[in-house]
Design a protein around this ligand. Structure first.
Ligand code: DP6
Length: 353
C-alpha cells in the first residue's frame, strides 16, 4: 500500500494573528507576519488502508521522521480535529486542483481512507505549539495522497507557488497559523492570502527558551474569541495592520532594530489583551517574567539588535543575528541553567518527503 509523507516547520509570529473575522474558515481579524522555522517541525504520513470505511489516527512514528521525533498524545477531540481536516482536504481538492488540470492534476477517483501518523521534532513537553506545523504537514501529505497523479503533484509542487498558496488556504481552515508554514523565511498573511515577503535582514538564528510545558488552560481558539471582550480590543485590528505595514518595510530594508521594537510592542499588546479579557487569562509563568526582565534593558543596545516574542504560551522566542549565536547561547545557558533551550534557524516551509 502506498504511503505519502510530508513535513512542515513551525512558525513564530512577529505581528500576531489574534481574533477571527470568520471562525468557521479561520479568517483573521488582522494581517500578521511570521518567520518560518526549519528544524522545529512536524512529520506526517498517510498510509492507504485497503478496505476501510473511515480514516484513523495512529499513535505511531511516521516513516522518515527520525528516531528522536515524538508522537504526540492526542485526545479524542484532537484526533477528530485532524481527521476532520483530512475529510476537508478530500472535499475541497477537486476545486483546488481544477486550475492545474492541464498539468495532469485532479482528484483521485477511488478515494481511499488512510491511517494518519504524525510526530514533532520538538519535545512533546516543550510547550511549542504544534497546530501550525501539523495542519500544514497533513494538508500537504493529504493533497498528494488524494491526487490522481502523486508523482506529477510532487513535480509541480516544487515549482508552482500558486499550488503552495492554494494549499496554504486549505491548511488555514484547519488551523489559521498553518497557512504561514508553506513558505519562508518571512510570510505575510492577510485574509485568504499567505505569501513570502522580501527580506534584507542579516543571517538569523532562533532560540526558544522553554520555561514551562504544562498544557494550556485556554486554547488559542478560545483566546481568539475571548480577546474581543477586552477594553483594549478597540482599535486592535487597525493597530496590528499598521504594524504589519511598518514591519514589512523594516524587513525589506534589513532594519533589525525596527523589527525588534515592533515585535516587542506587539507581544506585549497581545498578552495585555489576554490579561484584560473577561474573563482574563494569562500564559505567563514566573520564568517568563524573569527572562523578559533580563532581556528588556538589552533591547536598548542598538549595536546588537535582537527580537524577543512570546506565542500563546510561557516560552520566550529569540531571534538573533547568526554571528552572535554562540555568544547568546552561552549567556542564556549561564543565566537560565534550568530552562531547556531549543535552537533553530529561518526556513522555507513545508516539503514532501
Ligand atoms: C498566538 O493558529 O493556533 O500563535 O486558527 O484557532 O487554530 P486557530 O489558532 P492558531 O492561533 C495562533 C495564535 C498565535 C499568534 C500567531 O501565530 O499569529
Amino acid at each position: 500500500m502506498r504511503s505519502f509523507r510530508a513535513f512542515a516547520p513551525s512558525n513564530i509570529a512577529l505581528v500576531k494573528y489574534m481574533g477571527k473575522l470568520d471562525p468557521e474558515r479561520n479568517l483573521p481579524a488582522n494581517p500578521s507576519i511570521s518567520m518560518t522555522l526549519s528544524a522545529l517541525r512536524t512529520h506526517a504520513e498517510l498510509e492507504e488502508l485497503p478496505a476501510a470505511s473511515a480514516s484513523e489516527w495512529r499513535a505511531e512514528l511516521p516513516a522518515g521522521a527520525g528516531a528522536s521525533a515524538k508522537v504526540p498524545t492526542l485526545k479524542p477531540a484532537g484526533a477528530q480535529r485532524v481527521l476532520g481536516h483530512l475529510e476537508r482536504i478530500r472535499a475541497e481538492l477537486p476545486a483546488l486542483l481544477a486550475p492545474f488540470a492541464s498539468l495532469g492534476l485532479g482528484a483521485r477517483l477511488d478515494q481511499p481512507f488512510f491511517a494518519l501518523k504524525s510526530a514533532n521534532t520538538f519535545p512533546a513537553a516543550s510547550g511549542i505549539a504544534s497546530s501550525a506545523s501539523s495542519f500544514a504537514a497533513v494538508t500537504l501529505a493529504g493533497a498528494q495522497a488524494l491526487c490522481s497523479d502523486p508523482d506529477a503533484f510532487a513535480r509541480e509542487w516544487k515549482s508552482r507557488p500558486e499550488l503552495r498558496r492554494a494549499l496554504a488556504r486549505l491548511a488555514r481552515q484547519g488551523s489559521g497559523s498553518a497557512c504561514r508554514s508553506f513558505e519562508g523565511p518571512f510570510v505575510l498573511w492577510e485574509g485568504e492570502s499567505a505569501a513570502p515577503i522580501p527580506s534584507a535582514l542579516p543571517a538569523l538564528s532562533h532560540f526558544a527558551v522553554v520555561i514551562a510545558s504544562t498544557e494550556k488552560s485556554v486554547s488559542s481558539s478560545e483566546a481568539h474569541h475571548r480577546v474581543r471582550t477586552s477594553p483594549l480590543w478597540n482599535g486592535r485590528p487597525e493597530r496590528a495592520a499598521a504594524r504589519v505595514s511598518e514591519l514589512s518595510r523594516a524587513i525589506a530594508q534589513g532594519d533589525l532594530s525596527s523589527v525588534s521594537r515592533i515585535a516587542w510592542q506587539e507581544m506585549w499588546e497581545m498578552h495585555s489583551l489576554f490579561h484584560t479579557s473577561e474573563e482574563s487569562f494569562s500564559y505567563f509563568a514566573p520564568g517568563t517574567t524573569e527572562v523578559l526582565a533580563w532581556l528588556a534593558p538589552q533591547l536598548a543596545d542598538s549595536a546588537n539588535p535582537f527580537v524577543a516574542t512570546l506565542d500563546a504560551g510561557p516560552n520566550v522566542h529569540l531571534i538573533v543575528e547568526s554571528r552572535n549565536r554562540e555568544e547568546w547561547y552561552a549567556r542564556l545557558r549561564e543565566r537560565f541553567p534550568l530552562f531547556e533551550i531549543l535552537q533553530d534557524s529561518p526556513g522555507l516551509g513545508a516539503e514532501l518527503v
